[in-house]
Design a protein around this ligand. Sequence first.
Ligand SMILES: Cc1ncc(COP(=O)(O)O)c(C=O)c1O
Length: 491
Amino acid sequence: MTKEIKFEQNYINNKLQNIVNHDLISFHMPGHKKGKIYDKLGYGKLVKDLYKMDTTEIIETDNLFSAEEIIKDSQDRASKIFKSGQSYYLVNGSTCGIQAAILATCKPKSKILINRDCHQSAINAFILGDVEPVYIKGSICENTYTIQGVSEQDVISAIDNNEDIKVLMLTYPSYYGMVFDLEKICRYAHEKGMMVIVDEAHGAHLNLSDKLPKSALEQGADIVIQSLHKTLPAFTQSSMLHVQGDLVDKKNLERFLKIVQSSSPSYVLMSSLEIAIDIHDRYGKGLMDNLLNDIENFEADLSKIDGVKVIKGHDATKVFISLKDLGINGYDLEEILRYKYNIQVELSNYYGVLLICTIGNEKNDFDAFLEAIKSIAKNFNKNHDLKIKQDNLNQKEAELIHINYPNIIPKKVLSPREAFYSDKKEVKLKDSIGKVSGEYIIPYPPGISLTSPGEIITKEVIDYILICKEYGMNVSGLKDKSLDIIEIIEN
Ligand SMILES: Cc1ncc(COP(=O)(O)O)c(C=O)c1O
């Protein structure tokens, strides 16, 4: 008989097992929602056996980096289903796909046109490949204070003003499900001889319904990177990179995919990608119809509760809920949901919480959430009942923060790579005005870098950070959490 092992010092396993035992309701990534979708659709045994199938490149298992047999067949099927020219499995998340795409299309010292709120993996690629970003400003949503994305007009003007740049990269959709007319942008960029890379990390599910925004591939992007683990039922880190058209040098791209991924790519993750794609193909559209229906009813019911605001993205699977009008900020709401109602959301900001709903969610997940919100709205009283952190911002102060937000792209004097390798020195925040920043300054929300390494620190930014400090807002990037000190680069 096999002996059951005691897990005293298995810190990670104990915590995860505990979460499994609590049957936490998931409105966060990964998209398989604690694996429930596998059991429901009959993939349970396959998934449970994955540890036995964990292997390496041996006879008959092919090779991710020169796929000719099973991996090629699997990727070819994915390409057919996603209607790409060619699709590649990624075992290091969209992070590595974004990096390979940038490194393969931008030579050292060349420029790339990119949205300011691009993912950190893109910035890291600029450091690695000595690429010069030229940023396009995005806008911020009034209600949720989150990133809304770029406007078509701003991108088109940026293309017109930068005729020497040959690569445009955009994030589509945003984390919060906002989109723009990518088709028009792709058409315009192509007319000007520009290649378009799309970070569609949050949009692998978009081709499952006509009620969702069109996917980046449908709209003509040349390279598209998708995190299947975020919005489809794949394991964390399982992503895909698709290519279409003839602007991309695939051989060069493949060289970089090999550089940015492990030389022992995980067969468990590749299997998980194949399962997610199989579910997408066989059941995806029906499940998405049901999901969109459940979300519509859920939002209608939530909107009937006094003080509850539902803020919809263009992608209906992203639901932002605000209880600010009841005096409950998003950070507190996340904790109440988790510790009182066993529900975990994807994230919170001052204004509310974001739910990532996928085909792995069931109607009863929405029912449980609705009951929780009804109960919170009815019973919440700041002075007693729930022991939560007190809201240290009132609405007026929040508005003040809103008004003062300096949504401008500062002057850049050093490239990301030059800034990365430069010596840094610590100074008091107020003494840093006019100096070259050695750190990122990223207030949350909205989570866009106000100043990046190599850029000039302005008075507007420092004044804003001081307001953030006063009201206890979260500012990431700076090593000094008390927001007194910043690293600068002396030139
Ligand atoms: C917009 C965006 N792009 C790329 C990534 C990286 O994706 P992955 O976690 O698959 O590496 C993220 C991760 O959260 C993201 O939000």
